[in-house]
Design a protein around this ligand. Structure first.
Ligand code: COA
Length: 434
């Protein structure tokens, strides 16, 4: 490892030069979510004529996603592990794909011999430390495994990428081409918390005891839950991701991680999406560690913390308790992500609870999210056997151990009042009585 600086210098190139080195490869994996190197994606698009239906794979897309557009389909074919604003159309078209997978199993797909083993992984990392190790920064998840198992690794070394700690480093010897450039890291817009989210947040918070360890998804509901936890004591974090809301609770002394059974004293995450406030908090901070997703989201690891609480959202829940968190009818809207990993981990944790929290309606109150049956073609993300708590702004339905009839009754009680009569009529038609 000595003299790594000379080897580092020898790998330096421009973004165009790096992309030209991978002309014609079959499969590229991008660093996940806000970790995407916008600079290298732009260079890829600028040099698109060097590629012929190269497969591009990643989970949450936070960049422009131009490689997923129809007009670029002769150069690239996008394979989404999670559909998003810029990739949803491709995922539901003839020129793109969607591949279902639990988040914690994705690294296995990317290993040598795995069905999605990449030729190239494109990453964005912090500056190397004195030993030549760069931090993966805000995205360790599957990115580390993909980079370790691909033939070529291209890295943007960016002074704005925080140096996060944990099991999230790559040595410069394992990078083939290095592009040193300072560009802004993608930031997540802070969601607006409305009245409905506040009521949901309050119900969820009532299920969280002092000393619990939390997993929180993205969006207004998790942020609303956090705002009701300011009076709690010694909470812990073991979550696939966190956003800015957690920093406030750390500063208030609510999150201490003291009572965790594993990784005591540390928040454990796999990726981060937030604003500069979050990115500055995590920089070189031993209070928080990033680990690969096959550790963080592994249900057997999650279960080792007692009182594990997972909070995720959904598109629809039917009266049996089947949770669709990813499709609108047969159209892929988002993805499975880590929802089931944490639902199962929480179920195995002593005192654990999994919560699916959602507004009772969508489309300005015109559609009920509590439904008699899921829409035709909808995916079941969390099965009726796995489901535990469902929360809406109207209350809490605890489904575990309840019969189908009892579930229907409990769910109708937390549906929007405008839809309760119709749901009741259908349920009585099925069960004879409620
Ligand atoms: N029928 C029709 N449309 C619906 C609907 C339904 N039942 N439920 C939601 N929609 C529409 C909304 O109206 C909204 O449309 P708009 O953008 O035109 O307003 C859109 O779908 C998004 O709904 P919203 O409730 O705002 O979604 P969200 O941002 O809160 O995300 C999930 C909810 C379920 C999509 C998201 O949590 C997810 O993808 N989860 C799966 C993965 C997961 O849980 N991972 C673990 C944590 S990261």
């Amino acid at each position: 490892m000595e003299n790594w600086k000379e080897r580092y210098e020898s790998k330096l190139c421009t973004s165009d030069e790096a992309i030209k080195k991978i002309a014609g490869v079959k499969r590229i994996i991008f660093e996940h979510a806000c970790g995407e190197s916008v600079l290298l994606t732009e260079a890829l698009m600028k040099n698109k004529e060097l590629f012929k239906k190269t497969e591009i794979i990643h989970l949450v897309a936070m960049g422009k996603g131009e490689y997923a557009k129809k007009e670029n389909s002769e150069y690239f074919r996008h394979n989404a592990l999670f559909a998003g604003g810029t990739t949803r159309e491709a995922a539901n078209s003839s020129y793109g794909d969607y591949t279902p997978s639990f988040f914690f199993e994705m690294p296995e797909l990317f290993k040598k011999g795995g069905v999605l083993n990449p030729d190239v992984t494109i990453i964005q990392v912090s500056y190397p430390d004195e030993h030549g190790y760069c931090s993966y920064g805000i995205s360790c998840d599957y990115t580390k495994c993909a980079a370790e198992n691909s033939n070529i690794v291209i890295a943007q070394v960016n002074k704005f990428m925080p140096r996060t700690l944990g099991n999230c480093f790559i040595h410069i010897d394992n990078i083939n081409y290095i592009v040193e450039q300072a560009t802004p890291i993608i930031e997540l817009k802070i969601p607006v918390i409305g009245e409905i989210e506040k009521r949901i947040g309050e119900h969820c918070a009532s299920l969280i005891d002092d000393g619990a360890t939390l997993q929180l998804g993205i969006g207004a509901i998790p942020d609303a839950v956090l705002s009701f936890l300011r009076h709690k004591k010694d909470l812990g974090i073991h979550s696939e991701m966190i956003s800015d809301g957690v920093v406030d609770l750390v500063n208030l002394g609510v999150i201490t991680n003291k009572r965790k059974n594993i990784n005591t004293g540390k928040s454990i995450v796999s990726f981060l999406m937030g604003t500069r406030k979050l990115y500055d908090y995590i920089d070189n901070n031993p209070e928080i560690e990033l680990h690969p997703v096959d550790y963080v989201n592994n249900p057997f690891i999650i279960a080792q913390n007692d009182n594990m609480i997972s909070i995720n959202s959904a598109i629809q829940v039917d009266l049996m308790g089947q949770v669709n968190a990813e499709s609108i009818g047969s159209k892929q809207f988002s993805g499975t992500g880590g929802q089931v990993d944490f639902v199962r981990g929480a179920a195995m944790s002593k005192g654990g609870k999994s919560i699916i929290a959602l507004p009772s309606t969508a489309a300005k109150g015109t559609i009920s999210k509590i439904v008699f049956t899921l829409d035709e073609g909808a995916a079941v993300t969390t099965s009726r056997n796995d489901v535990d708590y469902i929360v809406t702004e109207y209350g809490i339905a605890h489904l575990k151990g309840k019969s189908l009839r009892e579930r229907a009754k409990a769910l109708i009680e937390i549906a929007h009042p405008d839809f309760r009569e119709e749901l009741k009529r259908k349920a009585v038609g099925k069960f004879g009585t409620l």
